[in-house]
Design a protein around this ligand. Structure first.
Ligand SMILES: N[C@@H](CCC(=O)N[C@@H](CS)C(=O)NCC(=O)O)C(=O)O
Length: 203
């Protein structure tokens, strides 16, 4: 059985939990408290030298890190990852956008604010994070004016990757009221079969 090293409030962990659940794949979950440094122990660093969850143990002693790589691995051969070459590349394009332009701004703001970790230095960085986060949301909104889902007109792991931190962006003080297309897409994603909320840890 797959084992997921995870942290319940993590959107990156949620992506994997959500996909495993939607694919009906059973898994064990090991909760690690990232605020207490539980991903930085020698034991965990042996699993992921980068010291971050999520990590999926796909076979005894075989560990895969990086949420979007895990999504890609799990979704292979399922309707949630297109088989068409162009569409697969578009899935990767949106997952790259999520990791570079979206998550570092929206997820980081949410983490600092919701965990009350706003040091003076971080407070000074917040306006820049907000500006870049809104720029990412603008890109998504524009795309969604023409598409129901991010790639190929159907729900895929690109939607899962982008949903994870967009649907909780308000916890990072992002106001989604000015993004009607994003809000409609969030609802379409939420209504997919076997959807679970971010707070749901077990299958
Ligand atoms: N690019 C990675 C980011 C993973 C990440 O930032 N994980 C955070 C939780 S969301 C973490 O484990 N932080 C603990 C730490 O840095 O010590 C992914 O997509 O999986």
């Amino acid at each position: 059985m797959f084992r997921l090293y995870d942290y319940l409030e993590s959107g990156n962990g949620y992506k994997v939990r959500l996909l495993l659940t939607q694919l009906g794949i059973p898994f064990d979950r090991v909760e690690l408290d990232i605020v207490k440094g539980e991903t930085r122990t020698p034991d965990f660093l042996a699993k992921n030298p980068n010291g971050r969850i999520p990590v999926l143990e796909v076979a005894p002693g075989e560990f895969l890190a990086e949420s979007n790589a895990i999504l890609f691995y799990l979704a292979e051969g399922t309707p949630l990852l297109p088989s068409d070459r162009w569409q697969r590349a578009q899935v990767l394009q949106w997952m790259g956008f999520e990791q570079y332009s979206h998550e570092p701004n929206i997820a980081t703001s949410r983490f600092w604010i919701s965990h009350q970790l706003l040091t003076p230095e971080r407070r000074a960085q917040l306006p820049q994070k907000q500006a870049l986060g809104y720029a990412a949301l603008d890109v998504m909104e524009k795309h969604l004016t023409e598409c129901t889902f991010f790639v190929g007109g159907r729900y895929s792991i690109a939607d899962i990757a982008l949903y994870a931190y967009t649907h909780v962006a308000h916890e990072g003080e992002f106001d989604l009221s000015r993004y009607p297309y994003i809000r409609a897409w969030l609802e379409r994603v939420r209504l997919q079969p076997r959807h679970i909320p971010i707070t749901h840890g077990e299958r």
